[in-house]
Design a protein around this ligand. Structure first.
Ligand code: HEM
Length: 415
């Protein structure tokens, strides 16, 4: 097995990657990858150090594995601007807000399970993992119910270009989807300006009108999705409010979707642990942390060295990239005993949501979604098993992507 591959390329994330990462953890924890043009960071301690030292390893020059994609907003903003924006959006993620969304999410979950439970089979990805977080984030952003399918397609197309920037079709589809989504959001924003509600968009619109979120000028004619823009279109893609909505769509969707599929995969493959959770659902929140550790829905994020520095004795020059591999850090034997086993009461800290000042803003929301969905699934469909050969993985350098997972189970009797 070749150790150096392009870690930012989706196709590199195949069945060999787990073994490659193990080798790197054990032999070259700070590994210079010629093919990626970045250091690959595989150990828990180092991912943690880099994330906590944003002044040494900044986010402002891009965090996605593909360095051509920058300027997403918030996640690739440095201090003090980052904290300013984060403080603003935090208002949409307070425990009270999460509680409000929990009621809505419970309904979304019940409806999706009602649909599949009598059938005795489904594609877990298409029927559960995709619609649950998507519908919630659509409600949070204020997407009209009849537009959810389009919203789903935009989201898929936009994320489809990450790690596939050499595929002109995928890049073009991402650019088209982004433009359609931007135009759609402009309408919703105008509506909230006139009729403010208790939702995230209304908070963001107020911030824009107060001058906290701004419109940038003078970016190149190409944007993150590689599409050429007219002036009006460029204005939209430089608008921090719009960018925030794109970030939330992608961050809130693909991550939780793959977290949910990965969680169900672990439950199916570990029937004894599943039986314990069915018997005692109070163990579910701790089990979710263990699922997040093992699944690590986000594959990697990058940082850029702000100065010449050194990490574990390896010299890193100013401007060089480091790529943090969360799933590898979360299986580091120096941090976790028997790191590859699923122990629902392990109660260990993991890095699936990152750490430091860019720690995931949606962590509590995602935890709530996983808890509600898994509690309800285990209660109503306790005997899910694979109908085919188990999960079919999609390729992505950004999220651990499950494309399909056909399952069967005892149909729920109606009445
Ligand atoms: C299981 C689900 C999720 C996982 C594994 C996950 C993972 C992550 C990780 C690793 C980061 C750190 C980025 C960095 O350090 O550069 C992050 C940041 C972020 N996440 Fe999540 N996320 C999840 C769900 C969500 C949800 C549901 C939302 C919102 C609806 C969300 C919104 C964000 C935002 C806005 C940031 C940027 C925070 C900042 O830069 O200050 N995430 N997420």
């Amino acid at each position: 097995m070749e150790i150096d591959v392009d870690f930012a390329q989706a196709s590199s994330w195949n069945h060999e990657m787990a073994e490659r990462m193990r080798w790197l953890r054990e032999n070259e924890r700070i590994f210079w990858s010629e093919k990626t043009n970045a250091f690959i960071i595989s150990r828990f301690e180092d991912v943690s150090f880099i994330s906590k030292n944003n002044d040494l390893f900044c986010s402002g020059q891009g965090v996605l594995p593909d360095p051509r994609i920058t300027n997403i907003g918030l996640i690739d903003e440095d201090e003090p601007r980052h904290s300013e924006m984060r403080g603003l959006i935090n208002r949409g993620f307070t425990p009270r807000m999460v509680q409000k969304w929990e009621e809505i999410f419970q309904r979304i979950t019940d409806e999706a399970i009602d649909e599949i439970a009598p059938k005795g089979e489904c594609d877990f990805v298409e029927d559960i993992a995709v619609p649950l977080p998507l519908t919630l984030i659509a409600e949070m952003i204020g997407i009209r119910p009849e537009d959810r399918e389009r919203f789903h397609q935009w989201s898929d197309a936009m994320i489809g270009s990450t790690g596939n920037m050499d595929d002109p079709l995928k890049v073009a589809a991402a650019g088209k989807a982004a433009l359609e989504y931007f135009a759609y959001l402009t309408d919703i924003i105008e509506d909230r300006r006139k009729n403010p509600k208790q939702d995230l968009i209304s908070i963001l619109v107020r911030a824009k009108d107060d001058g906290i979120l701004i419109q940038h000028h003078g970016y190149a004619n190409e944007d993150a999705f590689g599409a050429s823009r007219t002036d009006a279109e460029r204005d939209m893609s430089n608008d921090e409010l719009i960018k925030m909505c794109v970030l939330l769509l992608v961050a809130g969707n693909e991550t939780t979707r793959n977290g949910l599929s990965g969680a169900m995969q672990l439950l199916i493959e570990n029937p004894e642990s599943r039986a314990r959770l069915i018997e005692d659902p109070s163990l579910i929140p701790a089990a979710i942390e263990e699922m997040l550790r093992l699944v690590s829905p986000v594959v990697s994020f990058a940082r850029t060295a702000t100065n010449d520095t050194e990490l574990q004795g390896v010299a890193i020059k100013k401007g060089q990239k480091v790529l943090m591999i969360y799933g590898s850090a979360n299986r580091d034997a120096a941090e976790f005993e028997n790191p590859d086993t699923f122990q629902i009461d392990r109660n260990a800290q993991h890095l699936a949501f990152g750490i430091g000042n860019h720690f995931c803003m949606g962590a509590n929301l995602a935890r709530m979604e996983l808890r509600v969905a898994l509690t309800e699934l285990l209660r109503r469909i306790p005997d899910m098993s694979y109908a085919a050969n188990g999960p079919e993985f999609g390729s992505s350098a950004l999220v651990r992507s499950v494309a399909h997972m056909h399952v069967r189970f005892t149909p729920e009797r109606i009445g």
